[in-house]
Every structure is written in C-alpha cells, then in structure tokens.
Design a protein around this ligand. Structure first.
Ligand SMILES: *Cc1c(COP(=O)(O)O)cnc(C)c1O
Ligand SMILES: *[C@@H]1O[C@H](CO)[C@@H](O)[C@H](O)[C@H]1NC(C)=O
Ligand SMILES: *[C@@H]1O[C@H](CO)[C@@H](O)[C@H](O)[C@H]1NC(C)=O
Ligand SMILES: *[C@@H]1O[C@H](CO)[C@@H](O)[C@H](O)[C@H]1NC(C)=O
Ligand SMILES: *[C@@H]1O[C@H](CO)[C@@H](O)[C@H](O)[C@H]1NC(C)=O
Ligand SMILES: *[C@@H]1O[C@H](CO)[C@@H](O)[C@H](O)[C@H]1NC(C)=O
Length: 493
C-alpha cells in the first residue's frame, strides 16, 4: 500500500533542543493528571517562557476529564453501534441538495473575503487584529523543543483557536511545522481551498453521515474509532476510485475516555479493517490526553502488526509535550502554546478592539443600563460598540489611551459602558482594547480568544501594522518628547 507520509522535521532544525525541555513538567503539564506517569514525575516543576498563568489553566482544566481510577484495559469494550444506527449506502450516496441550493457560511473558513482591509475605513464595530508575524515567531521559538526526527504538527482547530484557520496554518507552516491538525472537515477544506498543500489531519472522527464527504475530500487524514464509521468510509473511499488511499489514524483512549476505543484488541481490529480496505491506508495510532505507560504496548502491537512505518502520537502542549521528549514519539500535536508567548495566559498574537461611540456625563441619581446600576459620584462614561453578540460579556476591563478602565453597568447586545473618568482626554472614535498587549503600565488584558464570537472580523496584520500599536507609538513619541523616558522604555521593550 502506498501512503504519502508527512515531511519530517530535519535533524538540523531540531538540534537546538533547549535544556528547559528536559527540566521538568510545565505548570499546566503538572495539572494535567492522566499524563503524570512515573516516567515524567521527576521534574522540578520549573516554569519556562511558555508558562501559563492561572486563568487559562482554569479554562483548560475545565475541559479536561479527571484521570479514570481504573486501568484502561479493565474497562468493558464499548458497545457496537446497532445495525439500525449504522448508515446505509443509500444514506451515504443519495444526491441530496445540489451545490447551488446549499448556502453555507462558516467561521471556520477565513479563506475568502477581502485580502486587505483599510483599517482607517473599516466598517467593523469590533475586530480582532491577528499578528501573523507573532504566530510565526512563536512557532519558531517552540519547534527546537520537538524531539529530533519527530514530526511537528500545529493544531488549528476552533478556527485556529480563534485566530482564523488559514491565517494560523500558514503562519505555522512558515515557522517550520510540517503538518496541520483541524477539528472539522470544513476547516480542512478551507485550508485546501486556500492553497495549503501540507498534510492535513481531521483530528476527530466526524458523524457517520460525513464519511462520504471525508472520502470525497480525500486528501484529509482522518482519526477513526468506530467500525461502522470505518465501513462507511471504506465504501465511500473505494467508490471514489482515487489512485492514492485515504490515510487513517486509529484513536485509542488511554485515560481521557472522550475519544478512542478502550482496548488494544479493539484498536487492532480497527487496524485490520483499514488494512483490508483498498481505499484506505493505515498511517497512525494516537491517543489524546492519555497515559504513556498504557499507550506504549499498544504502539508496539501496532508497529509489530502493521509495520514500523506506523506513526504513534500523543503529546499536546497541555498534555505531555513539556513533560519530556519520551512523550513526543513520532509526531506532536501542538495547539494552545502556539498562540501564547512570554507568560501570557491567552493569545499574545491578537488584539481585540472596538471604538468609543459616545461619551456621557453621569451624576448621583442616574441609573446605568439594564441592571440600573446606581451612580454614586460624578463620572464620565464611554459607550462602545461591542457587546454580547461579540462575546464581550466576560470583558470587565478595557484599555483606552493606555489606561485600564472598568466596564460599568450591565452590557447590552452591542454595547458596553466604560468608566473613563480618569482618562479626561478620551474622545469619541478612540480605540478601546478588550484583549491584548498592553496597557501603559504593562498589564495584559485577557480574553480566551476562541471564545470571542466568530462574527467578530479577524484582520491579519504583519510587523508593526495595526491600529492599537500605531496609536501607542504616537503616545510613546509624545511621552518621549515630554520627557517620560520610563514609559517610553517600557513600551519599547
Ligand atoms: C486540541 C487538540 C490538540 C492540541 O492540544 P493543546 O493542548 O492545545 O496543544 C492535539 N490533539 C488533539 C486531538 C486535540 O483535540
Ligand atoms: C509570569 O511572569 C510574572 C512576572 O514576570 C511572574 O511573577 C509569574 O510567576 C510568571 N508566571 C508564570 C506562569 O510563569
Ligand atoms: C507582531 O509581532 C512581531 C513579532 O513578535 C512584533 O515585532 C510586532 O511588534 C508585533 N506587531 C504588533 C502590532 O504588535
Ligand atoms: C470506479 O471504477 C469502477 C471500475 O472501473 C467503475 O465501475 C465505477 O463506475 C468507478 N466509479 C467512479 C465513481 O468513477
Ligand atoms: C457633579 O456634577 C455636577 C453637575 O455638573 C456639579 O454641579 C457638581 O459640582 C459635581 N460634583 C462634584 C463633587 O464634582
Ligand atoms: C500627541 O501630541 C499631539 C500634540 O500635543 C496631540 O495633538 C496628539 O493628539 C497626541 N497624540 C496622542 C496619541 O496622544
């Protein structure tokens, strides 16, 4: 069987492995639970430049299942899908709507739309500036930590963790990543449409009705854990009559339960099912947020049974990668950490911006907004044009003219009120930063970027482009000329 295996990172690109990698688990790695095998627990807990602050750890922790108490091999095999639930060929191959009748719009596809937006005339009420240069730089700082010979894959699921799936993928490929991991077929297709030719993985098994779409997309590697899905995929892939098979990875649960079969026997059975299908080719075996000691014997069984070319993978940035290169195996799947840098707890490559649309003077006796917050002193209030529908409900602080200001009153669908009493020079039209770097006192405002709603326009910037940065530089120049060298220095660093 043929199977275009992915480009491996060259050995030279990986020579500069940082000592910090071997020094011990990351802050988040230590909290990760199931990965904490004996082999990895000897670290000294040192943090590193890719450390995480508490808020993001909490966000991530909330999405991570605790370690199961019992060994995985003791678990009962998952019940098979009943025949009634399986999808028939009729379902898979019925013509359905024609292309012309379908109208899809998806936030996972930032491959269309105007390539350049004039920031001075944008009609966006709120937008996210995504610093492509920063994504490339972060990728470059991270890649030397990957074990030499291991394939580096950048995860761009969740629309590139909120940064735009195409923007993120192109930046990480430029930084040296060899492969790209997506969460949905739409994301994978957006990458292909935008000219990404690197290997693309669909890292979750989609619903069985999508098997034909996956086979038709063809050039997308798919993670599989269910025999009925595999049968449907096999029929569809074989019917496609392509000269190269669809690449498949078998998903095994070794801790987190969420995805994967739970025994080696089930995993091997799926492997045999792939091997027997002319339209498919077995490329890998993977586990997510699992245990190395449980995974290792399964990996050995796969390589012994299906050949040493089978790639095994488990490490992610929040699970395993920083715990030691023994977790890196044949491929690493790095998401979160690619978007952070320098001890930020959310994206350092993004700034979420809006503008002041109105300024009001309020006095004791006034009531603010829907929750009728009583005003107790004279205040100046700015109204901004970003609210619930943009995902701004959790925003409690913003930066205006370099100063951190509090959100007051209850937000609205498209509005926030900000106390700007301490920013007397604020004007209608001023930029308001809800996420990003930095206030003039160095504070970084944190929103978990994937939670910024998809309808908020993403604008790719490079180098020193971008509205906030330029405004800050202007203030910096003013500060320098008025003798505030400390501030000038701080902003320049
Ligand atoms: C999200 C995800 C990753 C990346 O995880 P991070 O901890 O964000 O690096 C890797 N693999 C799979 C299957 C994922 O779902
Ligand atoms: C982040 O940096 C601050 C200040 O430099 C430091 O106090 C804190 O411990 C760091 N946090 C992490 C998680 O590295
Ligand atoms: C974008 O990132 C690059 C690389 O880190 C940085 O030099 C530049 O200042 C950033 N641009 C903005 C506008 O912040
Ligand atoms: C695939 O090939 C077979 C045999 O050559 C042929 O009968 C069938 O029509 C082909 N299917 C498609 C979708 O081209
Ligand atoms: C508050 O504003 C009112 C109306 O402008 C003014 O008369 C009053 O003196 C102000 N109070 C304070 C404490 O500044
Ligand atoms: C910088 O100073 C000039 C002159 O005082 C002023 O007009 C301008 O608004 C200032 N710019 C900023 C961003 O503060």
């Amino acid at each position: 069987m043929i199977g275009p295996l992915g480009t491996r990172l060259s050995a030279t690109a990986c020579l500069a492995v940082l000592i910090a990698t071997a020094a011990g688990p990351s802050v988040l790695g230590r909290q990760a639970g199931p990965m904490q095998s004996e082999a990895a627990s000897s670290g000294n807990g040192q943090s590193h430049e890719f450390g995480y602050a508490a808020p993001i750890a909490a966000v991530l922790q909330a999405s991570i299942a605790p370690a199961p108490a019992t060994a995985v091999t003791a678990a009962a095999p998952a019940p098979a899908l009943s025949a009634a639930m399986a999808v028939s060929d009729e379902d898979l191959f019925s013509p359905g709507l024609s292309g012309a009748e379908r109208r899809r719009f998806t936030v996972e596809d930032d491959s269309t739309g105007p390539p350049v937006l004039d920031l001075a005339t944008t009609d966006s009420n709120t937008w996210l500036e995504v610093n492509y240069t920063q994504l490339v730089a972060t990728g470059r700082r991270l890649l030397p930590r990957v074990k030499p010979g291991t394939i580096a894959m950048a995860m761009v699921k969740g629309g590139g963790y909120g940064h735009g799936v195409v923007t993120a993928a192109k930046a990480f490929l430029e930084s040296g990543y060899a492969e790209i991991g997506t969460g949905t077929l739409n994301e994978a297709l957006a990458l292909r449409r935008s000219g990404v030719t690197a290997p693309v993985h669909l890292c979750y098994q989609p619903d069985i009705q999508s098997a034909r779409a996956v086979a038709h997309a063809h050039d997308v590697q798919v993670y599989v854990e269910d025999k009925d899905f595999l049968s449907a995929l096999c029929r569809a892939a074989t019917a496609e009559n392509k000269t190269t098979p669809v690449l498949v990875h078998i998903t095994v649960s070794t801790g987190a339960v969420r995805e994967g079969v739970r025994t080696e026997a089930e995993a091997l059975a799926l492997g045999h099912q792939v091997a027997a299908c002319p339209g498919l080719h077995l490329r890998g075996v993977m586990t997510h947020h699992g245990r190395l000691d449980v995974f290792q014997p399964i990996v050995k069984a796969f390589k012994d049974t299906f050949g040493q070319d089978i790639i095994a993978h488990m490490a992610t940035s929040t699970s395993g990668f920083f715990q030691g290169q023994e977790y890196h195996l044949d491929l690493v799947r790095l998401g979160t950490v690619n978007y952070l840098f320098g001890n930020q707890s959310s994206s350092s490559a993004a700034r979420w911006l809006t503008r002041i649309t109105g300024i009001k003077q309020v006095h004791p006796g006034d009531m603010l907004g829907y929750d009728e917050t009583s005003v107790t002193r004279n205040m100046t209030i700015a109204v901004t044009n970003a609210g619930t529908v943009d995902g701004a409900d959790t925003v409690t602080e913003v930066v205006i003219r370099g100063k951190v200001c509090r959100v007051v009153g209850h937000g609205g669908m498209n509005m926030h009120m900000i106390d700007i009493t301490d920013v007397p020079d604020a004007k209608v039209g001023d930029l308001v930063m809800m996420h990003g770097c930095c206030a003039d006192d160095g504070r970084f405002l944190n929103v978990w970027v994937p939670s910024i709603w998809p309808n908020v326009e993403r604008i790719e910037i490079r180098g020193s482009e971008g509205a906030y940065h330029q405004e800050q530089q202007m203030r910096l120049n003013n500060a320098t000329s008025s003798g505030s060298y400390a501030l000038a220095q701080e902003l320049q660093d």
